[in-house]
Design a protein around this ligand. Sequence first.
Ligand SMILES: [Ca+2]
Ligand SMILES: [Ca+2]
Length: 95
Amino acid sequence: MALKTRSVTSDGKRVMTMEEFKRWLKKFDADKDGRISKNELREAIYATGGRFATWKSHRGIKSVDANGNGFIDEGELNNLVEFAEKHLGIRIAQF
Ligand SMILES: [Ca+2]
Ligand SMILES: [Ca+2]
């Protein structure tokens, strides 16, 4: 399978590997606690030029927060793949 990192798909989505996506998301971990809060997710959505960031971040946390603590923990990042594609314009390359 060809590596397609740093490329853009025909529909304009950025393509990242899971590792790159995690690294990218870490930049928005403002309080450096290793998990993504609703506000931090909102900043990430803003950064990608997404609209309705507050609403989306609320929905996003709800849909991926498997243990219900209100944060996206390290282990829940994998659940964010679909959200990233829909709302962040990022396609996670699967290997
Ligand atoms: Ca955080
Ligand atoms: Ca959680």
